[in-house]
Each structure stands twice: as C-alpha cells, then as structure tokens.
Design a binder for this molecule. Structure first.
Ligand code: EPU
Length: 417
C-alpha cells in the first residue's frame, strides 16, 4: 500500500491544471448504456473509480478502450443485465446502471450498495422514482431486481435533493413513454453536464440545474462524443491549498462559477481570487480569518469541500463552526486533524474549530476520499513531516494530486508502505 510523505511549510506557487470531473464522468459512463453504438468520452480523469465503472460496463457486455483521458465505449452488446455485488460494493455510483439497463432491456438486476464511511446512503429515492415510472422492484438476496416492459413518464417528487437519484431518473425517463417531471431535483453542475450529454444523444430534457426537470421520453438515443466538465472539487481543493500555505497559484481548466459558495467564504476569509481569461489566481493571506459554514445541496456549500475547509479553519484566526447537513458521519477526519494539534470539538453534526498558531506534522490515516485531501492540506501547512497512509481512498477521486502539488512547489512524495 502507498503512503504520502509531506514536509510542510512551503508556500505554493505556479500553475496547476484541473482534471475532468469524477462525479460527472461516472453517470456519463452509465448513460452510454442507453444508446447502442460507439461513444467517445474525453477529459476523463484517470482514477480508480473510473476503472471500476469501466469494469462494470465491461461486465455488462460493453467494449471499452482508451488511454485514460479519452475513453471509447461501445455499448452495442450491453446484453447482460446484472451488476454484481463484487463490483457495486467497491463503488456505490455503479448502482446508476440500473435505470439505463431497465430502460433499454426492460429488466435489470443490480446489487444493492451498502452503507459507506460517510453515512448510510440509502437509494430509496432512486427506487421510488423507478417505481413511479412503472417498474416492478423486488429486493432479494441483496439485489435490486427491476422489471418494466415500457417505462412510462410520471411526476416524481424527491423527499430531498439527491444528486444520484436525479441523475438516475433523468437517464431512465429519457427512454420512457411520455413526460416525466422531477420535482425537488438536485441542481449540481454534474447534473447539468449529464443532461447536456443526454440532450446531445437525442433526449428531450429541460430545466436541469433547477429544482424542476422536465423530460419528454424518446424511443431511442444515439451514441455521442462528449467532453466531461472540469472537477470543481479538485479545483476547490487547490484553492484551499493556496490559502492554507499563504501561497499564490494559478488554476487552469476550472469553472469558477461552479464554486460560488466556497469562493465567497474564501474571499471573506481574506483570500484573493481573480479570474482572468479562464485561469484563476488564488493568493492566500498571511493569516486566514475564521468563517462558519453549513453544507447544503448546490448552490450551497458543498459537503465534498467540508473536510478541506475544516483543515483551513484549524489555522485560522479565531473560532469557526462547521455544520455538516448532507451526510451523518462525515467528520471522520476530525480525530486525524487532532493529531496535528488542531483544536476541534464535535457535537452532533456541528464541529467547533478553534484556530491554532501552527499545526505539527504527524502520521495520520485517510478514512475517505475528501478526508484524504483534508489531511494532505493540513500536512502542507504543518511544521515538520506528515505521513498520510491508506491513500487508496485518494486514488479513487484525485488524479495524481501529489504530482500536481509537487509541481506547485510542495514537498510531497508517494512511497510504498
Ligand atoms: N439520500 C437518501 N435516499 C436516496 C438518495 C439519497 O436518503 O435515495 C440521502 C443521502 O443519504 C444523503 C443525501 O440524500 O444524506 C444526499 O445524497 P445524494 O444522493 O445527493 O448523494 P450521492 O448521489 O450518493 C453524490 C456524490 C458525492 C457527494 C454527494 C452530495 C457522486 C458519485 N457522488 O453522491 O460525492 O458527496 O452527491 O453532493 O456523484 C465524493 O465525491 O467524495 C462524494 C461522496
């Protein structure tokens, strides 16, 4: 197993380029099932979660090839309708093949994903939506079995805005008969990206990016070439890397407007952010000001940036309160941050972080993807050496982050444990 060794204290400088979005690419890959033929997806990040999705698609009969950043998916022979536990357990998002398989073949059998490190993460809203489209759903032996001769459009009101649920129903409804209306839909940019791809495939979708999405079903979709949007969470992580090291960096290939909630907080905390001709310059102050945040569905503050923002607040001037409202167990990084000498107390879904003068490097363990990023950020700011182990979580969602940070002047290396 690999680990990262970081010697903190260097101010970051220079330019870094953001990879394609993991959370946009995953549903986009699943959407290829909807249209037989050859799809070409570009700006694909080179990540373990992408490899898992490729394995899932191959297990269903797709032929996948490519060099990492451009992936060609021939969905012509997707004739197997079962996604097994072995594949789904390693990545929850693979459950998103259920709707597309059902829409194309009238049946599907997909392992029910279990809970994960950050929460129980049920898929009841996905199943409620598919049922509303006329699917018969049975849960047996840990699998979801779904059947429907022809999905039929329906009005679906989500109990909460769910990113995966909205994506799942948008895909399935694209091939349903008649109109589907998704209410209380999630509004994340990744949903808009998936909708753009589906529209290019021939789907009739309006309102993606708002809380009401209307889909007029069509009888067939065509394969496409599609470029995945930049990863807003990777971009946000680099912004905090600049802020926490009092650095001055430029970030290319990012869409700043996807990160408004973070940008406003960082600016209020004293960070300079200038968007010039598509490259964003981020300059950290000598001392960051403390800021309270509450995670919310988009356009609120993203839960996927909560851990990284907390790392920043550990060295802020004053105390901040960080409330996590999306996932019930997303504070696993707190006990690791304490090992750096951070001052944090947790009560329920709220963490109070009192800024300390300096963090001191320590051996720490990553518990999930964004927690891994949080520990790296703390390591960059800390005095002395930090060792981050269990970084396989990191490899699920950040493409070569240690190389990108080293390119900005960080002292960080990957070693075999
Ligand atoms: N929820 C339900 N029932 C459902 C669906 C969701 O109760 O049927 C709950 C969840 O348990 C959670 C909340 O609703 O409390 C929101 O979950 P959502 O469905 O929006 O999350 P997701 O689709 O499972 C995606 C991202 C996550 C990101 C969340 C929230 C992908 C592949 N994953 O998950 O990304 O945190 O949206 O923005 O898109 C990450 O990248 O590190 C990550 C965890």
């Amino acid at each position: 197993m690999d680990k990262l060794i970081i010697r903190g204290g260097r101010k970051l400088s220079g330019e870094v380029s953001v990879s394609g979005s993991k959370n946009a690419a995953l549903p986009i890959f699943c959407a290829t099932i909807l249209a037989p033929g050859l799809h070409e997806i570009s700006n694909v990040p080179f990540l373990r979660d992408i490899n898992t999705t490729i394995k899932v698609l191959e297990s269903l009969g797709a032929v996948v090839e490519g060099n990492g950043h451009v992936v060609r998916i021939d969905a012509t022979n997707v004739n197997n309708v079962e996604a097994t536990y072995d594949l789904v357990k390693t990545m929850r998002a693979s459950v998103l093949v259920l709707g597309p398989l059902l829409a194309r073949h009238g049946r599907a059998r997909v392992s029910l994903p279990g809970g994960c490190a950050i929460g129980a993460r049920p898929i009841d809203q996905h199943l409620k939506g598919l049922k509303a489209l006329g699917a018969e759903i049975n849960l047996t032996h840990g699998y979801v079995e779904a059947k429907a001769r022809q999905l039929k459009g329906a009005r679906i009101n989500f109990d909460m805005p769910t990113v995966g649920g909205t994506e799942h129903l948008m895909m399935a409804a694209s091939l349903a008969k008649g109109e589907t209306v998704l209410e209380n839909a999630a509004r994340e940019p990744e949903i808009v990206d998936l909708a753009s791809m589906l529209i290019q495939m021939g789907a009739r979708i309006e309102g993606a990016g708002t809380d009401t999405i209307r889909i007029q079903g069509v009888s067939e979709l065509s394969p496409v070439s599609y470029r995945v949007m930049p990863d807003r969470i990777e971009a946000g992580t680099f912004m905090i890397a600049a802020a926490i090291t009092a650095g001055d960096i430029r970030i290319a290939n990012m869409q700043l407007e996807h990160l408004d909630a973070l940008v406003f907080k960082l600016q209020d905390a004293g960070v300079d952010i200038i968007n010039k001709e598509g490259v964003v310059r981020v300059k950290g102050p000598k001392k960051i000001r403390s800021m309270n945040i509450k995670t919310r569905p988009y356009p609120g503050f993203p839960t996927d940036m909560q851990a990284q923002f907390m790392a920043l607040m550990t060295v802020a001037d004053g105390a901040s309160v960080i409330a996590e409202n999306i996932f019930e167990n997303r504070f696993m990084h707190v006990s690791e941050l304490l090992r750096f000498g951070a001052d944090i107390t947790v009560e329920g879904n709220s963490a109070t972080v009192k800024g300390v003068k300096k963090l001191s490097g320590a051996p720490v363990m990553a518990t999930d993807l964004r927690a891994s990023a949080c520990l790296i950020l703390a390591g960059l700011a800390a005095e002395g050496e930090t060792e981050v182990s269990r970084i396989y979580h990191l490899d699920r969602g950040y493409e070569s982050i240690e190389k990108k940070l080293a390119g900005l002047g960080a002292d960080i290396v990957r070693v075999k444990e």
